[in-house]
Design a protein around this ligand. Sequence first.
Ligand code: HC0
Ligand code: SF4
Length: 572
Amino acid sequence: KVQLTIDGIKVEAKQGESVLSAAKRADIHIPTLCYLKETNEIGACRLCIVDIEGQRNLQPACVFPVSDGMNVKTSTNQLRKARKNILKLLLSNHDRECLSCFRNKSCELQDLAEEFNIDKVPFESNRESHTYDDNSPSVVRDTSKCVLCGRCISVCRDVQKTDVLDFTNRGIDTQVTPAFNASLTETNCISCGQCIMACPVGALKEKEDMQKVWDAIEDDDIHVVVQTAPAIRTALGEEFGLPIGTRVTGKMVTALRRMGFSKVFDTNFAADLTIMEEGYELLNRLESGENLPLITSCSPGWINYCEIMAPKFIDNLSSCKSPHQMFGAIVKTYYAEKNNIDPNKIFVASVMPCTAKKSEAAREENQVNGLRDVDAVITTRELAKMIKQSGIDFNKLSDGEFDNPLGEYSGAAAIFGATGGVMEAALRTVADVIEEKDMDPVEYKEVRGIKGVKEATVNLGGKEINIAVAHGTKMAQELLDKIDAGEKQYHFVEVMGCSGGCVTGGGQPHVPSKITDIDVRVERAKVLYKEDTIQKVRKSHENPFIQKLYKEFLEAPNSEKAHKLLHTHFAP
Ligand code: HC0
Ligand code: SF4
């Protein structure tokens, strides 16, 4: 233990801890911009400089370690002036069109400029060229907004192990780009959008699809169906000022109905359907012993990674389409038939916490009878914008209910959005099928939580089944390496492309980097586990509407018809 004084306050810290982190615990806020906890701690922007007694120069608090007896000042005239100058320099090289920037009011640079009362920016930019790259269906890059903090580079390299972005050129011409300033579509980019989440400003954003959805809603000839991913309801409220971890399922439904969608359905319904298809696929593979472990295929960031970086595991992937794609296929066949609607006149909009879902929906294979399964994907952030554009006072809305029958779901489906959720949901169903009875308990706590790779062995029908769960593609790669080396034989593996699972996908509300005292992944996941416990039915195969769908239409899990509509293939 180390004792130090920060701004006259006695603080106890751990050996090796940074001054920034010790100050945070004492509720002393030191401004930062390039700092991203545990991801980008490099002291590059120097906004966090502090005055440490005995040190000749001002030191960046995010990398300077505490020591016993240290005396630190974090707010003096000299520091304020120095920070102000750093900000002015940053702003002089920044496209300052805040009004037309989608990060207006959620921009960390804007907040700092306000905090430090920057009134005039005396210098003019001498950066020569900028890149605006919107070729990817998922991610748009605009270097005129970039502040060279390096946060996206670190996330892409160290958390996702995709290593697409880097600093190029030198001095005044420094930019953050893929090698040779290539378009993202020419790189190993997996469309995960984690760089967007890391960006403090407007240099990275999703490719927007809001207008497509408005146009469909406006067209009286079109029946517009919306579905919401499991993870939207745990984060949407943040865009309206509600605390992280607020469940807004009912308000979300009411808002969607008010916006003018013809039907408000739920991807959760299709999550139950996925468990049926994938569960039976697992049973088949366990019996044949082929292509084990079975690896889940619902996270398109992960699928992109597997196809590009780990193609030898493609045969291990489940052939299931992801739930929202299955949903689209069911809407344009079963639902259209039952309700006597021409499938050509149906528009399926998906609200997803994920940017890779946009490129997934655009994949050639994801269609049925020549129609796209899903016509547009918008992120949680885009939905929030659309709600605001509709003049809806979100926080005052009463709770609505999803439409029937494609809005009915089990607790198993609700937890899909958290890492380990798909695995747990599948085990609930597979256990019942193998044991031929209603098994209790329904909860598999071993696969919950945010450890990078989670492993367990479960006994199903007297057989030991080894399972593993990885989230974030770097962790997935570590797991694949272990499988490759023959260290352990797994039967079933869940991979989600983003750390934490969909709750922290690339389309979710931005969380300011200064929030470091809670783990957003945990807080948002709690909402989904709560959603699970309050459902009447907690196992996918017990969802009566799923049972009805098989009886009336699909015949049986993995039937020919199910294969045609609900399964797909992957290729390197
Ligand atoms: Fe997910 Fe999904 S759970 S990938 O994490 O499987 O994006 O939320 O919608 O499709 O259901 C994301 C979240 C989904 C899909 C579902 C799956
Ligand atoms: Fe890297 Fe993902 Fe961003 Fe692509 S979307 S550049 S893979 S972090």
